[in-house]
Design a protein around this ligand. Structure first.
Ligand code: NAD
Length: 297
């Protein structure tokens, strides 16, 4: 298939590589020329704009930081909607708010196209391994249409319901994640302050009722899990600023739904503090630094 892929960051680049490996022809675009070059070296063609990338595409995929970037790439003068052929589907895998998805779907519709929300979970490791979970919002028909392509980048391709329900699933999952990471950080910091070895405590939690992804895969205490970002100086994971963005999406959506999110709002303030202190680019598990002052965590 001829696919336009726009947004070649930590997630987009390895996802695009997996599409190339699966035999698809890719037209790629990113503001970062270096990111484009590494995909061209792997066999993709470089486009000069989202419009140029989309002109002869049979499917368009975007993987961008936030809704403002999706809007610019979609509706700008050199945007996707200015170049795309009628009836071609646009799959957006960025994590953005459900209300923006509905607005973008409406714009795409007026242009003769379908806009599908398909955010992912699984992190940069899952993107590289092609094992992401895709949460797809759209009609059953468009889900069946995009599923074979998404299968080249992920192993669970879930139809969540109508347009924007993929984002609903994603922001609810990340609401849990932001809260559990703060909870595990609090418990690990307390345990170590009270004198227990962090590896022993991590092991107990991971075989007890406190076990969760934040404790057994991404434990925030350095050295407890060898492959976790905490063990490599909180680098190469899911940035604190992205978690802060996702908790903002959850609390904003909750406001619209008049639904309380007590713990989510508190977690949002913790990641906000990290960001204000200049740690926005560190992996979000660095939130444990708020609980420790010995400088090494
Ligand atoms: P990133 O910041 O690494 O990459 C974003 C890319 O978009 C960058 O290469 C940037 O140059 C490009 N970009 C920005 N504006 C652009 C524009 N106008 N035109 C073209 N390119 C533009 O972000 P990421 O980590 O790849 O995350 C992308 C999305 O996926 C986010 O919404 C994030 O919340 C979500 N997500 C990330 C992870 C993760 O572990 N990193 C996991 C799941 C979901």
């Amino acid at each position: 298939m001829k696919i336009a892929f726009i947004g070649l960051g930590n997630m987009g680049a390895p996802m695009a590589l997996n599409l190339l490996k699966a035999g698809h022809a890719l037209n790629v675009f990113d503001l970062n020329a270096q990111a484009v070059q590494s995909l061209v070296a792997a066999g993709a063609s470089a486009a000069t704009s989202p419009k140029a990338a989309s002109t002869d595409a049979e499917l368009v995929i975007t993987m961008l930081p936030a809704a403002a970037h999706v809007k610019a790439v979609l509706t700008g003068e050199e945007g996707i909607l200015a170049g795309i052929a009628k009836n071609v589907t646009i799959v957006d895998s960025s994590t953005i708010d459900p209300a923006s998805v509905k607005a973008f779907a409406e714009l795409a519709n007026q242009n003769g196209n379908t806009f599908v929300d398909a955010p992912v979970s699984g992190g940069t490791g899952g993107a590289a391994a092609g094992t992401l979970t895709f949460m797809v919002g759209g009609s059953a028909q468009v889900y069946e249409q995009v599923k074979p392509v998404l299968t080249s980048m992920g192993k669970n391709i879930v139809h969540c319901g109508d347009t924007s329900t993929g984002q609903v699933a994603k922001i609810c999952n990340n609401l849990v994640l932001g809260i559990t990471m703060a909870g595990v950080s609090e418990a690990m910091a307390l345990g170590v302050a009270l004198g227990i070895d962090p590896k022993v405590l991590g092991g107990i939690i991971n075989t007890s009722t406190g076990r969760c992804w934040s404790s057994d895969t991404y434990n925030p205490f350095p050295g407890v899990i060898e492959t976790a970002p905490s063990t490599r100086g909180y680098t190469g994971g899911f940035g604190t600023d992205l978690m802060l963005k996702d908790l903002g999406l959850a609390t904003d959506a909750a406001k619209l739904a008049r639904q309380p999110v007590y713990l989510g709002a508190l977690a949002q303030q913790l990641y906000q503090t990290m960001s204000t202190k200049g740690a926005g680019k560190l992996d979000f598990s660095a939130v444990i630094k708020l609980y420790r002052n010995d400088g090494d965590a």
